[in-house]
Design a protein around this ligand. Sequence first.
Ligand code: ZN
Length: 222
Amino acid sequence: MEKIRVLAWSERTEPDSVYPKGINGAIADGLRSHDDFEVSTSSLKDVDQGLGDDRLDASDVLIWWGHNKHDLVSNERAESIARRVRAGSLGLIVVHSAILSKPFKALMGTSCGIAGWREDDEPEHVHVVMPNHPIAKGIHDFTIPRTEMYSEPFDVPAPDVLVLESRYEGGEYFRSGCCWLVGNGRVFSFSPGHETLPIMMQDEVKTVLSNAVRWVANLAAE
Ligand code: ZN
């Protein structure tokens, strides 16, 4: 079986105390338990910002985490990613604040802004809207014990499929797992993933991300 080549990228502003290998490193560790993935990591500090054409050409899926340094990613690298996604040669997964990253904004064509957020470490209740979707395989409604609240409206085109939605203690709602078909490519956004909380180590989150890798790679058994 041909492996799905995954590149997990981060700007690396997450605290070492929570993510010693970065959020991308934690995501990569979760994915490496699956035989069908070949996983590597890179960051903003690497050559070509960790996003050189050679690396992108050697990847089927790019997973992106960023927060403070979106503007430091070169427009040229962002466009190179968006072009590959549209052409169907690279699937993109954006995690948490990466919804404001340049490649995702380019692919959505909107601001991708949200109405509000609250860092109070309260629970997030994730509801599986589409249980039969490949990204929901093995997933039932679950709770992230401590999260950062995101609230709607989320300024994106209507997702082609809404797989997951979240509710918070203050009554807020957010579309937390969204799928888009963009050109010949696939994009998934997953909103949990605040950098001061160990959300990427949670089993359900790891399952969502591994399912999402297969879906955006367009090799998932539908
Ligand atoms: Zn956050």
